[in-house]
Ligand binder design. Structure first.
Ligand SMILES: Nc1ncnc2c1ncn2[C@@H]1O[C@H](COP(=O)(O)OP(=O)(O)OP(=O)(O)O)[C@@H](O)[C@H]1O
Ligand SMILES: [Mg+2]
Length: 454
């Protein structure tokens, strides 16, 4: 399928050059000579990408940008700025421009930026379509992420949600396990029935059995009446066993039995009772390790992990950070706040040991402490703002026989691009080099998107 690109520029020769270059790449190109004409073309032609000059007589590029952002929020708009006019570019990015190209422009840079923008477009379209299919189930929409890792998570969640399969959600602390568990419930046909969560690590082990399965009157001192357990309270719905890796060993056979027989035995009760409850569990411990050391029964692990949803740590999907930051800024009442490129780069370079929760808390604090509507790098907590702390441990482990520096450089560039979702501008910021340098390196080492598949 050929993509349609709309170019808006009052400079005839520049327009022609752009048109020529992009047509050579196989795109369908529509050109307009000013903002007014551009907007008319936009409505008529529904392009996949808009490239607009900023300074034009009549309707300015900024206005074009604003109007298109409103009409089609997911559509990438690239702006053309004069070489050296960084503030204008920043201004445009703040207004939601996807990227900018400087004139006179470099053919290869143009080609790569456009390709990247269209790829993003494909991705967010797909995202939007899939989410629309899921109508307005809030829990699912609140899980933010465009990285491939999160796309995979969405795909599994979508597939398993409306089944009765037991799901084990794994991931470091703060990666969104509870959010995903709720999403699974809310996307299932059990959504009208209760979602009952219980944290297996937070309840004293003596009480845990009765909390889970209930007890009958007289089961132990103080059991003055029958009490239903969480499983019973979740009847018809979903029970969420959080921190299941910490379930005491002596309770594990009981849980196994519930999963196998679909019935529970209250503490002190003679008769087992049938139950219709879907089980979703979560853990941040490495279960295979827990099984190997005997802390967790292997048979129970396999019963729980019929489907496993592994949530990636935030540092492995730094391309999601800008979106998350925006999402949280909006949540904390400051949707208009923007982040300076260096601030965003620092946020993307930080290791986030506390994952999304730590990012959420950081943004909340920033929204309270901020001086204005643009968050600068200086405003970030010291540990995030400073370069040195980003270095965790040894960055590379060189083999004893030596290693070619050029090869290493190539790998570093690829890794940076991957972390930034192949957005060159972001990858360049990440590596603290100008954008033309990364483009040059990509050409030099013949790096292109094919790398992804290797
Ligand atoms: N992808 C995401 N999009 C938006 N918000 C997220 C995302 N992931 C996590 N959060 C938010 O981060 C916080 C932590 O998420 P959650 O409680 O689900 O993590 P968890 O994996 O259960 O953590 P823990 O292991 O510490 O219990 C919550 O406020 C949640 O809303
Ligand atoms: Mg949790």
């Amino acid at each position: 399928m050929s993509y349609k690109i709309l170019i808006i520029d009052d400079d005839t020769s520049l327009r022609r050059v752009l048109e020529y270059n992009l047509q050579e790449e196989g795109y369908e190109v529509i050109a307009a000579a000013d903002g007014g004409e551009g907007l008319a073309c936009f409505d008529e032609q529904q392009p996949d990408l808009v490239i607009t000059d900023l300074k034009m007589p009549g309707v300015s590029g900024f206005q074009v940008l604003k109007i298109i952002r409103e009409k089609a929020p997911g559509l990438p708009v690239m702006v053309i700025t004069a070489f050296g006019a960084v503030e204008t570019a920043v201004e445009a990015m703040k207004l939601g421009a996807y990227d900018y190209i400087t004139k006179p422009f470099n053919r290869d840079a143009l080609r790569l930026t456009v390709r990247k923008a269209l790829e993003m477009r494909g991705l967010s379209e797909e995202n939007r379509r899939l989410r629309e299919e899921l109508t307005d189930r809030a829990e699912f929409r609140n899980i933010i992420g465009v990285s491939r890792a999160m796309e995979q998570v969405f795909a599994i969640v979508r597939k398993v949600a409306d089944t009765d399969a037991t799901v084990l959600i794994t991931g470091e602390s703060g990666t969104g396990k509870e959010l995903v568990a709720k999403a699974i419930h809310s996307l299932s046909s059990r959504r009208a029935a209760p979602f009952v969560a219980i944290n297996c690590a937070a309840i004293p082990r003596d009480l845990l059995e009765s909390e889970l399965f209930g007890h009958v009157r007289g089961a132990f001192t103080g059991a003055v009446r029958d009490k239903p357990g969480k499983f019973q309270l979740a009847e018809g719905g979903t029970i969420f066993l959080d921190e299941v890796g910490d379930l005491p060993v002596e309770l594990q056979p009981k849980l196994l039995r519930v999963l196998q027989e679909r019935e529970i035995e209250p503490v002190g009760g003679a008769a087992a009772r049938k139950l219709d409850v879907r089980v979703v569990a979560a853990t941040n411990s490495v279960m295979t390790e827990a099984c190997a050391t005997g802390r967790f029964r292997e048979d129970l692990y396999y019963r729980l992990a019929v489907i496993e949803v592994a949530l990636p740590p935030l540092r492995a999907r730094s391309e999601d950070i800008p979106l998350l930051v925006k999402h949280f800024a909006g949540r904390f009442g400051a949707p208009a706040v923007a982040f300076a490129p260096e601030a965003l780069a620092a946020l993307q370079g930080y290791a986030w040991p506390g994952n999304v929760r730590e990012l959420e808390n950081t943004v909340e604090r920033l929204m309270i402490m901020r001086n204005g509507n643009l968050i600068t790098r200086e405003e970030l907590p010291a540990k995030i703002g400073s370069e040195t702390l980003v270095r965790r441990g040894r960055v590379v482990n060189l083999p004893p026989e030596g290693y070619p520096l050029e090869q290493l450089e190539r790998e570093v560039v690829i890794e940076a691009l991957e972390r930034c979702g192949w957005n060159q501008a972001a990858a360049a910021r990440f590596l603290r080099i100008p954008r033309h340098t990364i483009i040059y390196r990509m050409e030099k080492y013949s790096i292109d998107h094919q790398e992804r598949k290797k």
